[in-house]
Design a protein around this ligand. Sequence first.
Ligand code: NA7
Length: 539
Amino acid sequence: DPPSAPHSVDAVVVGAGLSGLYQLHRLRELGLTAMAFEAGDDIGGTWYWNRYPGARCDIESMSYSYSFSPELDQEWEWSERYASQPEILRYIHHVADRFDLRGDVVLGTRVTRAVYDEDRHFWRISTNTARVVTARFVILATGCMSAPKAPEIPGADSFTGQIHHTAQWPHEGVSFTGRRVAVIGTGCSGVQAIPVIAAEAAALTVFQRTPAYVLPAHNRPLRTVEVKELKSHYPQFRQAQRSSRGGTVFEPPTRSALEADEAERTASYEAAWDSGLLNGLLRTYTDILTDGTANETAAEFIRSKIRSIVTDPATAELLSPRTFPFATKRPCLGTGYYATYNLPHVRLVDLRTTPLETITPRGIRTSDGEHIVDTIVLATGFDALTGSQLAIDIVGKGGVSLRTKWADGPRNYLGLVSSGFPNLFTVLGPLSPSVLTNIAVSLEQQVEWITDCINHLRERGLTEIDATPRAEADWSTRVAELAARTLYPAVDSWYTGANVPGKPRVFLAYAGGLDRYREECDAVSRGGYAGFVLSASPS
Ligand code: NA7
């Protein structure tokens, strides 16, 4: 196109991971022209970038997958209970081919800026490859954990060996054989990578600031009979997922942990531990996430497990979380995680007692000296939920930038639209249930709501939808109230933005459950989009 006439489409989708690809599919079904920009050199989003050793989903594969196509459900065969990163990426490629989505995805292209034309009701989108596209609608499918947190550790540039963030892992050329390796960070990524690296490396030193609660995954190949059984009622299973609280199917607990005696509690915690489910322990009693005393019974159970696995009592104690209640940060699913610390070539360095000072050309210096290593793995996490959106210079009505508007924390209505930024929708963004749920189910719910909304506008010849400031303010209050009923907001975590220096401290997710959230969203659309202003461009 000549520079004076930017390419124009009905909708631009930002990101071609699980959310963006499904959004593209649904928009095309409506007959819209749509294109997706993807920063990566291939599709897949999270599952494209996070190629670190041991990367795996912590929701069961037959649950963590699209539910929109019964045919897809029947034809795809997962090999393991918990799918590995390569298998999920293969699945995403299969879906893109099956629904012919690739043609509308522009790879290797990062959206850098989006400016709203408030007279004509469209967005002007610019990219790092100097492309300019105009679109009535923009859907940010940029992911909730996709902006890797910059390592604020001094000296990282001076290191002469290899240094890799788990979420920016090279496609090839990383080998640990014969190498001395350091891992910084013991969140879910570190927990998955550490045992796999330990199996290959000559020596592994883990630099831990805060220990995580790690539950055993009990991963295994899926059995033909169980796959067949689930597939025989997959539609009903998918329906149950959709109407569930967190996007996974389970029998909700009915009693408080404090109503049970110790023997009974231990028996239910043991069963949950053996289940290999991320939320197994959370589902034993009603109040694990709402009552500190109830929570402590589960936390102490996990600590007792750590003591029973880790042979050195001092190491077991260092690995035992004590500074935050169980599950107020996302629990981790591990495979052989705690037993890894029994290996003679694995060392745990506690950064609370010997703080990390700097990365040196040869390794890592803590207050008690230099640890010489060949490779450093940064498993230091993400600027979650808001990072990927604020990475784009988004300018809404009146020339206001989203970065300015969100300086004290994100504000939007239903977690979907921020007032003053019309026709710009977010999938899995802040103030929605996303990160507290099985995101495969959450993203479908949001994509479907957005698609219906766009359809509603088009059928009525309307060209703009914006959230009212009032509805947005009420939503923030509501999200904060729901969080206040739980133990979440008091804890420093990426849920509260506390992991990123300078980030406003706000509990970033809707904690009322996906079922209730879905009802709230549906009530709004059924009620003619109350809390939104719908209009038609005069031009
Ligand atoms: P997380 O869960 O944010 O974990 C990051 C880890 O890195 C955590 O242990 C941090 O300790 C540690 N960290 C972060 N910055 C530093 C510095 N500067 N020095 C030392 N240690 C540091 O990220 P993950 O990638 O593991 O998991 C993210 C989610 O992705 C996961 O929950 C899944 O849903 C998928 P801290 O706790 O801040 O003391």
